[in-house]
Ligand binder design. Structure first.
Ligand code: NIG
Ligand code: FE
Length: 419
């Protein structure tokens, strides 16, 4: 075997638990079936970046001793606001002392503050910050993630943000997908309606000049309305893009029926989702993307996650990594918050950061589960899967493999890796 061919094979041996789905080739799995996920002992092999089977291969070039560990597919973070510039820690202190997010936004903080920071930062500085965060995400098991624009707040700056997202994707080891969050805050000098005209006018450039796969809109008293959500849905459909939407975060605006009617791929946040909208969402082919880090840090309401899971929604967990509501990049931490506050099992939480998150980003044909033919994006934990929520705050990730190659090994697990 040549050296190159040898380097392309890997064998992860004798894991205590291997997370598998009840069937192969599922695009997503509704959450009323989450307990069908299995965590049985086993091994996994891959070749040329693709999973080939579940028996150890002593001839593989890369050998990983997985004894005592859980082996998971690489985690997928389908809702982040990378790349952004700087942080807003001062606002967090204001919030914990009782000032509301909406009040901070009205005072010129919030999204506008990050808009100014982005405008004042060089491309190199923005990319350095985002790449460092992507590395931190990798060390927490994230092997694919979404980037959003939304801090540009002008046509040129939104396009710049989407181009920076593309550059980030070229620089990091993870697979990235971009979303044009083109209606995030109403830019100075515009009404919300006038800004939506501007969004419509910039779409040809977004489609031709960036790799954006979806459009997103923030529906809230301080941002856009259900009518704008409807319009964003029409624009997305007309341009062959997915529709995603930030809805029901601080107030119940009854945006979910509007988003479902508009064919949304996902509705995100849902802290204020009303009971009447749970079953229609659960029956739709639209993911319920829950962001428990934002709920916790913002002292927001809690999404009806237990009811959504029981009703068979396509549930997803994500970090919402952003400098305002959720400066969090760790999906294991998000799992810990979700398990405790939503009353979710480990299997429910893991399904929500793997297959279903991959479906939101249109990558579940290649990622999101361990099955032959899928990409060998793997996360090896330092213990069983039920330790992830239980050992809250501990980073359980021992090794990460991306495309069949070792991308990260925690120093205390280096002994596990040979070759
Ligand atoms: O998902 N709520 C709207 N957008 C972001 C927050 C953006 C920010 O505060 O910078 C979110 O929570
Ligand atoms: Fe968000």
């Amino acid at each position: 075997m040549s050296a190159a061919a040898a380097a392309a094979t890997a064998s992860v041996n004798r894991a205590a638990e291997v997370l598998r789905l009840p069937e192969d080739a599922l695009p997503f799995l509704r959450h009323d079936r989450a307990e069908e996920l299995t965590l049985e002992p086993g091994s996994l092999t891959c070749e040329a970046g693709v999973i080939t089977g579940f028996d150890p291969d002593p001839a593989a070039a890369l050998q990983i001793d997985a004894s005592g560990c859980a082996l998971l597919p690489g985690l997928v973070d389908c809702h982040t606001h990378l790349p952004f510039a700087g942080w807003r820690a001062g606002e967090y202190e204001m919030k914990v002392r009782g000032v509301s997010y909406e009040e901070i936004a009205r005072q010129g903080g919030g999204i506008r503050a990050s808009g100014r920071a982005l405008a004042e930062s060089s491309d190199a500085d923005v990319l350095d910050q985002a790449a460092a965060l992507a590395d931190e995400m990798l060390q927490h098991g994230t092997t694919a993630f979404e980037c959003k624009s939304g801090y540009g707040l002008s046509r040129q700056a939104e396009l710049r943000a989407l181009r920076l997202a593309e550059s980030l994707g070229e620089r990091v080891v993870q697979r990235t997908v971009s979303t044009g969050l083109l209606a995030h805050a109403v830019p100075d000098g515009f009404t919300a309606d006038a800004w939506m005209d501007e969004v419509e006018a910039m779409l040809p450039e977004v489609v031709a000049g960036t790799g954006a796969q979806a459009l997103d809109v923030y529906v809230e008293s301080v941002a856009f309305s259900n009518e704008h959500l409807e319009r964003m849905g029409r624009l997305a459909a007309a341009n062959g893009l997915d529709l995603r939407a930030h809805v029901e975060q601080f107030n119940a605006n009854r945006s979910v029926p509007v988003a479902l009617e508009a064919g949304a791929r996902s509705v995100d946040h849902l802290a204020r989702l009303v009971t009447e909208d749970v079953v229609p969402l659960a029956r739709a082919e639209c993911a319920a993307v829950l962001l428990p880090g934002a709920e916790f840090l913002g002292d927001e309401a809690l999404a009806p996650a237990r009811a959504l899971a029981d009703a068979g929604a396509i549930c997803v967990l994500a970090t919402d990594a952003n400098p305002g509501t959720s400066p969090v990049v760790s999906l294991p931490l998000v799992i810990g918050v979700a398990a405790r506050r939503y009353g979710w099992s480990v299997r429910e939480a893991l399904l929500a950061v793997t297959l279903n998150a991959a479906w939101v980003l249109r990558m579940s044909d290649e990622r999101g589960s361990l099955e032959p033919g899928k990409r060998a994006d793997l996360v090896l934990l330092d213990g069983p899967a039920d330790h992830v929520p239980y050992r809250f705050g501990h980073n359980p990730v021992a090794c990460v493999v991306v495309g069949g190659e070792l991308a990260y090994v925690r120093p205390d697990s280096a002994w596990r890796v040979r070759g």
